[in-house]
Ligand binder design. Sequence first.
Ligand code: DC
Length: 222
Amino acid sequence: MSKSIAIDGPAGAGKSTIAKKVAKSLGFIYVDTGAMYRAMALYMIKMGVDASDADKISATCTSADITIKHENGEQVVYLNGENVNGLIRTEEVGNMASASSVNGDVRRKLVELQQKMAKTTDVVMDGRDIGTVVLPDANLKVYLTASSRVRAERRYKELIAKGTECNIDDIEKDIIDRDYRDMHRENSPLKQAEDAVLLDSSDMTIDEVAEKILNLYQSKNS
Ligand code: DC
């Protein structure tokens, strides 16, 4: 039986950085499910689909072929054969992903793909519904969060480092809006699974959180 760790939580809590570290330590594959929703959102943008047009999103998602490969230890997302890693990290795509991921057809398609990957491979998978829907039998479930201000500060620093001009209050507002949409949607809302361990990373370093998760995993599975 393959092993799995599910890490859920709101945007900017540090899930991907931490999940990558944990995966590396354990020799598991890191699966970033947000990237799949982002690739789907990019497809919607390319096809000129309006974020509020649920029927069009349902109809359009059937022609999006999303596949995940691991190349040199990095996850690469392909959309209809094209490597889209460099195109999915924009605010525009993130906002479309938050809107289009409420769609049941989009979710069914991507959840199936995620479950297939976890069946044959040891994974650390992060997202919003991994512990609740995708991997209900994960060997460890973590709900990772941080205050909206701390998350906005982290995002602000990332953008400034890339030379992007931005305003921290706008970023925080965006984060709060996205959290609200992710937590209040009808399909698979973001919530802590009953058997998930809650970790607040506001006052913890990345290494401290990763260490904590490794310890939890070892104590649960030894
Ligand atoms: O983690 P992220 O910011 O890359 O995710 C982009 C969007 O995709 C986010 O607003 C919510 C959605 N998402 C989801 O609904 N379910 C997941 N398992 C992962 C992401």
